[in-house]
Design a protein around this ligand. Structure first.
Ligand SMILES: [Zn+2]
Length: 488
């Protein structure tokens, strides 16, 4: 049966209703925000996180475990009523999976060493390698050439305290070519001391590119490395070490991002993206780096999909692979979707753990900070999420979008305890505070909704020069040029 509205109610009333819908009064946005918050606070996010962290464990990009987790995420989106879900493939230069590692000092005393393979390190030959230790503290090619004879058939200990004294970002580009020089000089393996006491090991790789290392690189506990250094500094000091690491490696390997979309009801071609990386290191189970971020994306999708109507603009939900190896999944996405990036209104990223929420980092953009202020003060204050930090970083997946001039926001939380678990065996489900985690998820969902509903895009895209200015101010130009992601 057709109802003629104009016969039932006066035209002016219909017009008023239509206009009210178009402008969406503040009260309605608040109501929807309250609904999203309620849905997330009472929702299944802790179970989702537990499924991801405890059932899959570490999720190294390119590993079967990562791919299974990506398939699981597809099922999660679909079971929450989102039909438009895709696995989008990109390739990394090498697949890599950790086997086992063993190290011991054989003289001047016998004792086991706390060791693990650096990510993407090749294996040692079967039976391992054994040699006297030589220390490298100067990365200049001349210095390494001068030490050449001492490097052959030796195990090289990098004196990272001295090497990184000038700053980690500055030294890192210098370090990469050094591995080639050490291999060519006949080094057996490299010992890379960790920065953390109690011989705790932090997982990381030698570079940001998922390429296989040029020779076996073995992380060593800080106290173990310091003992070796002290013994070597004694008159006639000599230390002999035996190392064996076995890993599985593969050539070019496909990794899948998972991308779901709720189509907008008025401007479906314009989109907001909420993203987090699904991959993780493998010492722990990647519960906060970045299980909580991934679960926040899934929760935001579930809560928004359960609303009576979709938002005005489309919202995409992305779970990236390859983040830990250099933001490779999000970078691949910005390349594959280059033609529609001009329709991307904003990117929200979450990858700083599940500490007490604070708000958003606006990545060096004062105009974005000003534009976000009304949303922060009205919708996010009650969630303790109204701070807007000008911090700019290229340390997680908002980065590639920021380089394209897209307004990019990174969830800001209290990180004072984050480094206690970051990339360590202690990054497990039991450390997650449910309320902080859910409040973070609510901030993500409410912000995405507000940006998707706003009649105007939150802020303009920046041109290349303006992005360059932000990068220079943050002191990141050289670092990004070296990564090959920025060309001024
Ligand atoms: Zn992370």
């Amino acid at each position: 049966m057709k109802i003629n509205l104009r016969r039932l109610v006066p035209f002016s009333v219909v017009l008023a209703l239509v206009l009210a819908c178009a402008a969406e009064p503040a009260g309605d946005v608040q109501q929807t925000a309250d609904r999203l918050v309620g849905s997330i606070l009472t929702g299944p996010s802790m179970g989702t996180l537990r499924d991801l962290a405890d059932a899959f464990g570490g999720r190294l990009s390119g590993s079967p475990t990562y791919e299974h987790a990506a398939e699981w995420a597809v099922t999660q989106f679909r079971s929450d009523g989102i039909q438009n879900v895709r696995m989008e493939a990109f390739t990394i230069p090498n697949g890599w999976q950790r086997g086992w590692a063993q190290g011991e000092m054989t003289s001047p005393m016998e004792r086991p060493l706390h060791v693990a393979s650096l990510g993407w390190s090749p294996s040692t030959p079967q039976g391992g390698v054994q040699g006297d230790v030589v220390v490298i503290s100067d990365l200049s090619p001349d210095s390494i050439a001068a030490q050449g004879a001492q490097i052959k058939d030796h195990i090289v200990l990098l004196d990272t305290a001295k090497i990184f004294a000038q700053g980690y970002r500055k030294a890192l580009p210098l370090l990469r070519p050094v591995y080639g020089l050490l291999r060519d000089a006949g080094a057996l393996a490299v010992l890379y001391p960790d920065r953390e006491k109690d011989n705790v090991l932090n997982a990381h790789a030698a570079g940001f590119d998922a390429r296989l290392g040029l020779l076996p690189i073995v992380q060593a506990g800080m106290e173990d490395a310091q003992l070796i250094l002290r013994l070597l500094h004694e008159p006639k000091g000599k230390v002999n070490v035996k190392l064996e690491v076995q890993n599985t490696t593969a050539g070019t390997t496909q990794v899948h991002n998972v991308v779901a979309e709720i189509r907008g009801r008025e401007h479906p071609e314009e989109w907001i993206l909420i993203g987090a990386h699904l991959d993780s290191w493998d010492f722990g189970t990647g519960a906060q780096d970045n299980g909580t971020g991934s679960a926040m994306v899934l929760e935001a999708a579930r809560a928004i999909a359960s609303l009576p109507q979709p938002p005005r603009r489309s919202i995409r939900f992305a779970l990236w692979g390859g983040e830990e190896e250099g933001l490779l999944g999000s970078l691949a996405y910005t390349q594959a979707h280059r033609a529609e990036l001009d329709k991307c209104v904003a990117v929200l990223n979450t990858d700083n753990g599940a500490g007490h929420p604070r708000g958003w980092k606006v990545e060096g953009r004062k105009d974005l900070k000003d534009a976000m202020q009304p949303i922060s003060e009205s919708l996010l204050k009650g969630l303790s999420g109204d701070d807007l930090s000008m911090d700019m970083t290229y340390d997680t997946d908002h980065g590639p979008f920021l380089l394209q001039g897209i307004p990019a926001l990174d969830l800001e939380v209290d990180m004072s305890h984050y480094m206690e678990i970051h990339h360590k065996s202690s990054d497990t489900f039991d450390k997650v505070d449910p309320l902080n985690f859910k409040a973070g998820a609510a901030i993500v969902a409410v912000t995405a909704w507000a940006l998707a509903q706003d009649p105007q895009p939150i802020a303009p895209h920046l041109d290349h020069a303006a992005v360059g200015e932000i990068i220079r101010k943050a002191g990141l130009e050289e670092f990004l040029k070296d990564l090959g992601v920025w060309n001024p």
